[in-house]
Design a protein around this ligand. Sequence first.
Ligand SMILES: Cc1cc2nc3c(=O)[nH]c(=O)nc-3n(C[C@H](O)[C@H](O)[C@H](O)COP(=O)(O)OP(=O)(O)OC[C@H]3O[C@@H](n4cnc5c(N)ncnc54)[C@H](O)[C@@H]3O)c2cc1C
Length: 446
Amino acid sequence: MYDLIIVGAGCAGCVAAARTAINGFRVLLLDRHERDSLGHPWVNGVERSVFGGLGIAMPSNEETMPSPLSSRLVSPSGKHCIETTSNPTVEVRMSFFVRRLLRDAMQAGAEFRGGTRVSGPLLEGERVAGVRTEDGEEIEARVVLDASGWEAVLRHGLPETSPVPREIDERCMVTAWREQQRFDPGDAPDVPALLGIPPDVNVSRVGWRGGYSVLMLHWDPRENELDILVGYDRDKSEETAGEFVRRFLEEKGVGGRRHYGGGGLIPVRRSLDVLVDHGFMLAGDAACMVIPAHGSGVASALMAGDLAARTASRCLREGDTGRENLWEYAARYQRQRGALMAYFEVTRSLTADFSPEDMDKLIGYVMTPGDVEAGLRAEPLGVDVKDALRRLRSLRHPLFTARFAFHAAAAISLKKAYEAYPERYDPALLEEWRSKVARARRHLES
Ligand SMILES: Cc1cc2nc3c(=O)[nH]c(=O)nc-3n(C[C@H](O)[C@H](O)[C@H](O)COP(=O)(O)OP(=O)(O)OC[C@H]3O[C@@H](n4cnc5c(N)ncnc54)[C@H](O)[C@@H]3O)c2cc1C
């Protein structure tokens, strides 16, 4: 029997595997992909500070790509924009980075089995006792970690009595695509002119199709490379972000050679309320650990993988992997990172029903360069609510102003509620906490 089985060799799974195996435990890491096709084939912007904080070497060489000199956040009408020159993130080529994390895990003693598709948890009453593969194999473990990304292959198969939410509201899913196209120096079209962007500036148009939507374009004149990122609420369109990118570039007459890229779905909401059960933990996208303001999940996944390994190692040493003992992981995550997720979920909720005109007001009259950078660093925004309200009042849009004021207050109450997440598992305390969260959120969805 294994001490820990991890489903999903993404960033959460590999870090958890390395940090549990190094403590001498028998760890099995499973992924449906073979080793040389592991890791998403797209670039993710990741908070720089997370690498030093977790003792992971900063991505370099083939694992990364150059950052633009400056960034511009543009309102839907193009009338307002916010310029920033410092970039708190590093651009990471995920397939290269994740394969390095896997090498680290295997060197620490974890066993990796690629080409293994897991179909669900192996249950013993209320306890998760291992996993089942699609080939019908049953593999037992004392703890199982679901790090299988947004598909959360184990979570859906938990018993009905589990306090872990098995399903999430599909409306939080965002379709996203990012790719880099290279052009031959001799016959490159004038990409900046065709797309209406300056070279060397990362231009992000947010709210361009209402609600949560972003279209980011960057032309690097040294590499003759176009970087494009598109993301929007899935139910707003039949078209996936990847299909949109194809059509958009075709219509603009820009057709290069895809150099790196891909896409999929992102669960853009606060982390799940409960992250553990008997013999079971969740981390990364499987637990919805994505910053809802912009859909970044790598830093949270790395942090959660590290925290999960610490708790799992202690519980394995003590010989008790029940829900109560594993709870420490949930409490530590929710009180820090989870509180930020909840805070930023309010930003998403504020803009969810916004028309492009409302987004214009937000970017033109409320947000500052400091807010954009704070969001990318995953820090609470420094919005001076009184000052913003004064500026908004001059716009004479009382409904918009009221909505903004209400959301600013809700963000702070929700963050506080998560900072007071129950320290131990107690159904009554959990219920009380859930009511507090529901109270803070009660008008957000109406
Ligand atoms: C286009 C796009 C752009 C993004 N941009 C950013 C960004 O700029 N910054 C950022 O931080 N985040 C970004 N994200 C989100 C980020 O990619 C995820 O948050 C992150 O990869 C989550 O890591 P994870 O370890 O939880 O899961 P994943 O990296 O998704 O790993 C899950 C693993 O589980 C495996 N798996 C799944 N099902 C099974 C199964 N049944 N059996 C066995 N194995 C299975 C998969 O093969 C995969 O290897 C972006 C996402 C997209 C789609």
